[in-house]
Design a protein around this ligand. Structure first.
Ligand code: FHN
Length: 447
């Protein structure tokens, strides 16, 4: 039986808690929906990111024990209770951060992005925010920390994937994308506090070059939260790059709802865009997390995806899903090595270039740097392919990159004709260097 004083205390506690929620709602609702001036990541930092052109995405977690999709298979192919207890048997004893980073470097990748926390809420670093983390598995090693250290040691940029939706956290009101009866009232102000705590750990302990946010499409997440979190992140590190999935709205175009530095088309090559920075995220197989015998893309598909992405003025974040024991599949590592072999020969036509001036198509794509256009020929559909004319620009000479001269015809009012040899130097993508009499980067894009 409560005494009058206890009863009074309880009422005061409840009133205080209610007041705290109301105040936080007022804070978010009146807080400027725009970022404070001068807080955006600088153009110089973004330009440096875009020069890298090619990164590794890694989707990994206890779900690899089932070979089903990370997050999404929770409560569908894998019962929620079973999914949420996989961590108790998660023991990727063959995880070797140096080997993962080497695989990325051998592929010619310049950055690595790991799922530190996906929608299932499992944290791959020893967070103080919850016990649902790697230190409470049989493995007990900091996957995020070891990967960060390996990236630093091997001179490749370390990046972190972090989701703003967490179907496992009781404070996040959506508990399943498959069954809304499982959803709960939650407590978003407290949830945002938790993710700020997690982000502070990740940013201060591992110093990521870029934060790849995800999960911005569900109702509980708002632009106000996104502005608050973006500004909070910038208070910790003004140079960390943040993708546009922190804010609301589309992934492939900026809008008034956007918060973040670059666009994120998914599972497709983004459209040619010389104004907004963008990065396509695409899987080397079909699933993001590891799936036994998943269909893997051919070298032609992989390389032409990279070239078309660069041709569109974008980056490619190419995903692998390591197996439950911590190894990447040998076939995926080999495919990446083949990509690296091509980039060793022709990387000058990808890294540090701009896309265009021609729109990529099924026959060719173009990148450019200084007074050079790199023309990427995917296949010899015609002996003499035509290029739209370049008004006021003269091609001084043409040759295969690291190869023989190429004959061409350029007349004032006609398309440019390239004379291809019977055999192209590369079966997947051959690169022709067009040396111009003017700066190629100033040419307006040409349909
Ligand atoms: O739901 C996620 C998905 O699991 C994966 O992480 C991709 C990667 O871009 N993003 C979301 C789907 O858009």
């Amino acid at each position: 039986m409560l005494t009058a004083r206890q009863h009074g205390n309880n009422k005061r506690t409840l009133a205080m808690a209610g007041l705290a929620v109301v105040l936080s709602m007022i804070f978010y609702s009146v807080q400027a929906q725009q970022l404070a001036p001068g807080i955006k990541t600088s153009k110089a930092v973004i330009d440096g990111f875009m020069d890298k052109r090619f990164g590794m995405f890694i989707h990994f977690g206890p779900v690899s024990l089932r070979g089903t999709e990370i997050g999404w298979s929770r409560g569908s192919e894998v019962a929620t209770e079973e999914y949420d207890n996989l961590y108790k048997e998660f023991n990727p004893v063959l995880f070797n951060a140096d080997a993962w980073v080497k695989a990325a470097k051998d592929a010619g990748m310049k950055y690595v992005t790991i799922t530190a926390k996906h929608h299932d809420g499992f944290c791959e670093w020893p967070t103080a925010a919850s016990d649902y983390n790697i230190m409470h598995t049989p493995f007990k090693k900091d996957i995020v920390g070891e990967l960060a250290a390996a990236c630093k040691k091997q001179g490749i940029a370390f990046c972190i994937y972090f989701t703003v939706l967490d179907w496992h956290d009781a404070d996040y009101p959506v508990h399943s994308p498959h069954d809304s009866t499982k959803n709960v009232p939650g407590n978003m102000p407290r949830f945002v506090g938790t993710i700020k705590k997690e982000l502070k750990e990740l940013i201060t302990q591992y110093k990521p070059y870029m934060l790849w946010f995800d999960g911005n499409w569900e109702k509980p997440w708002t632009k106000e939260y996104a502005v608050d979190v973006y500004q909070y992140i910038k208070s910790l590190d003004k140079n960390v790059i943040i993708n546009n999935r922190l804010g609301k709205g589309e992934h492939i175009a900026f809008s008034s709802e956007s918060v973040g530095d670059y666009l994120t088309p998914e599972q497709k090559v983004g459209a040619l865009n010389m104004d907004d920075p963008w990065e396509s995220c695409i899987t080397i197989c079909n699933q993001w997390a590891w799936k036994p015998n998943d269909e893997m893309k051919s070298l032609k598909q992989c390389l032409q995806t990279l070239v078309k992405t660069a041709g569109g003025n974008g980056n490619l974040l190419f995903n692998v899903g390591p197996m439950m024991d911590g190894r990447m599949e040998a076939r995926q590592v080999n495919r990446l090595k083949e990509m690296g072999g091509w980039l060793k020969k022709y990387g000058a036509s990808i890294y540090g270039t701009k896309g265009g001036p021609y729109y990529p198509n099924e026959t060719y794509a173009a990148t450019r740097k200084g007074n050079i256009i790199y023309l990427h020929i995917f296949e010899r559909k015609a002996a003499t392919p035509e290029l739209p004319l370049l008004p006021g620009i003269k091609i001084i000479k043409a040759h295969f990159l690291n190869g023989p001269a190429v004959t061409f015809k350029q007349e004032t009012a006609s398309p440019i004709i390239i004379d291809l040899p019977k055999e192209l130097p590369d079966a997947v993508s051959s690169v022709i260097v067009l040396e111009l009499d003017k700066n190629a980067e100033q040419i307006p894009v040409i349909k």
